[in-house]
Write a protein of this length. Structure first.
Length: 582
């Protein structure tokens, strides 16, 4: 084997890894909302979690990437440790997809269709179709398919390059002697684990083993321990990712490692006991083709999951034993940057935290409206404390979303990021108005300002309308309910008219000497803050509708629904006008 063979092997590995990365990115972008749905529906149902783990890993083409996502979710509090166990099991099965694709190298036939499936031919067809889709088609979804095909083509070309580079080894006895060492289970497991830890992908390291299989020197005896070790080596990425994370996130990485070590130990013990019992398997020294490696890899992961599935609670307890709670950790909401490598997961996490921010803002504003009529020091403090938390949410989310916007995103995901950036600003401003209303309440309380019965009734009508528009806005955002979002603008228009009417009435009362100038300023500030809260609610709802209807002109949308007198808008407007009559 010459230096040029070595260069060809390393170059093939580089093309292989890049193709795998490109195909995974393309699959993830193409999956888009499906991947987000998968991630958002992780439940305590372990069997379902296994299926979800298989699906996510098949999409991102890496069990390591799935486990890193889990570390991020658990670290940020989105997911519980117990929910991650089934996903880890499923991830190990999902990672077997790539070796099956690579096993196409073993196809031997004169049939033209089967010949096209051979890597040297299929890779060219995939690359040609992929580049046509990528360069000449404007549709974003089809361009993503182009990226998938280009990645697949490069994956196969890299595999073919590696196979060609190692083919001369079949004539070298020294190479066969080295492989004999790996028939020792311990050496084989260590070799597989080290190779996978370096490459950081079990699919890629299995691909290298499949490439070596063309030499005819890979046998069942040395392949089985190496494949077992590859499953252990893939845990390295998650273990590194868990550094600096909280205890539960560390337990996710530990669970992944424990699952693979225990699975490997059980599988090898059973295999070698059976081998000893029958006096040695007759196939042990037989050559193993690429498809045989794929079969062993798949069987191991399915059997390991089946064996370990009934012991999920014990696995969780083991993780707690290994990673102990030395001191109580502070529970806090964070955005985990580990998830930025998988934009769909990062976007899902951002939406969840924005939803929590929205609920906090809603509760804070309702408290501020209530203290106008009944001032309370404890409530006042909780409002100012909540405003600080909301400011922190806005800063953290804004920074995180800017970083996310720099990633390779689908058009839909890019729009969602833009929507969230606008939305967190509106929610933060609503909370600022809650503090402004609190200051008005403090002034009313300190100066002993007393409103007339009529004014109190008017304030009550306005505050009820503000509470409803905010309740509807937050509910529409959290549940992504477009029908509810379309009811926000009619109510905002009613609130504008209420504010205008109340201001006119108050001016008249001032002119008649019923109230002082000072009281007039206080009341005017209250009306202005209420109106602006409604405006921000309108902004949030319109932003949701823009994304859903692929329209980005806010003013055009608002003008159209008012000018055209849309049935739904008119119906809701009349309903709210009647409900909040003053």
């Amino acid at each position: 084997m010459t230096i040029f063979n070595v260069l060809s092997l390393l170059g093939g590995l580089a093309v292989f890894l890049y193709g795998m990365s490109l195909m995974g990115d393309g699959l993830e972008k193409s999956a888009g909302s499906k991947l987000k749905t998968i991630l958002e529906n992780l439940t305590a149902n372990t069997f379902r979690a296994v299926l979800l783990g298989i699906g996510v890993t098949a999409i991102v083409q890496s069990s390591s990437a799935t486990t890193v996502m889990l570390v991020g979710f658990v670290n940020s509090g989105v997911l519980k440790l117990s929910q991650s166990i089934g996903v880890i099991m499923g991830a190990n099965i999902g990672t077997t997809v790539t070796p099956w694709l690579l096993s196409l190298t073993g196809i031997q036939s004169d049939n033209i269709v089967l010949k096209l499936l051979k890597p040297e031919n299929l890779s060219l067809v995939a690359a040609i179709v992929g580049i046509v889709f990528f360069m000449f088609v404007k549709n974003a979804k089809k361009r993503d398919i182009g990226v998938i095909l280009i990645g697949f083509g490069l994956l196969m070309i890299g595999m073919d390059m590696m196979s060609g580079a190692v083919e001369p080894l079949k004539e070298q006895e020294s190479f066969k002697n080295i492989l004999l060492l790996f028939s020792n289970p311990i050496l084989g497991v260590v070799a597989g684990a080290v190779l996978t830890a370096i490459i950081q992908s079990s699919s890629a390291s299995v691909g290298v083993l499949q490439a070596l299989s063309v030499t005819g020197a890979i046998t069942y005896a040395n392949a089985i321990p190496i494949i077992m070790g590859q499953n252990i080596g893939t845990c390295a990425t998650a273990m590194i990712s868990s550094v600096g994370a909280n205890k539960n996130a560390k337990r996710v990485a530990t669970l992944h490692l424990c699952f693979n070590i225990i699975g490997t130990a059980v599988f090898l013990i059973i295999y070698y006991l059976a081998d000893f019992a029958v006096g040695g398997f007759s196939f042990s020294d037989d050559s193993l083709a690429a498809v045989g490696i794929a079969i062993i890899h798949t069987l191991f992961n399915i059997l390991a999951t089946a064996v370990m599935f009934p012991f999920i609670r014990q696995l969780e307890k083991l993780a707690y034993v290994i990673v102990k709670d030395r001191e109580k950790e502070e529970t806090r909401e964070i955005l985990d940057e580990r998830l930025l490598v998988t934009p769909a997961a990062a976007l899902s996490q951002s939406k969840n935290l924005t939803g929590k921010m929205a609920i906090l803002v809603k509760n804070t504003l309702i408290k501020s409206l209530d203290v106008i009529s009944e001032y309370n020091e404890e409530t006042a403090k909780s409002i100012t404390d909540a405003e600080s938390v909301v400011d922190h949410y806005e800063d953290a989310l804004g920074t995180y979303l800017i970083k996310l916007s720099r990633k390779s995103l689908t058009v839909e995901d890019s729009q969602q990021v833009s929507n969230l950036l606008h939305t967190i600003g509106d929610f933060e401003r609503i909370c600022d108005h809650a503090v402004n209303i609190l200051e008005t309440a403090e002034e009313v309380n300190d100066k002993k300002i007393v409103f007339s019965k009529d004014t109190k009734n008017e304030i009550n009508v306005l505050t009820n309308a503000i509470k409803e528009i905010l309740e509807n806005t937050v509910k529409a955002f959290v549940t992504q309910n477009l029908n509810l979002a379309k009811q926000i603008e009619p109510l905002e228009q009613v609130i504008d008219k209420i504010k205008f009417e109340l201001k006119n009435r108050h001016i008249k009362r001032l002119q008649e000497g019923e109230y002082s100038i000072e009281t007039g300023f206080v009341f005017s500030d209250f009306l202005t803050n209420c109106e602006r809260v409604a405006d921000h609610c309108s902004n949030i709802a319109v932003c949701m509708i823009q994304i859903a209807e692929d329209s980005f002109d806010v003013h055009e949308y608002l003008n159209n629904i008012k000018a055209n007198g849309e049935n739904l808008f008119e119906k809701n407007y009349k309903k709210y006008k009647e409900k909040y009559k003053i």
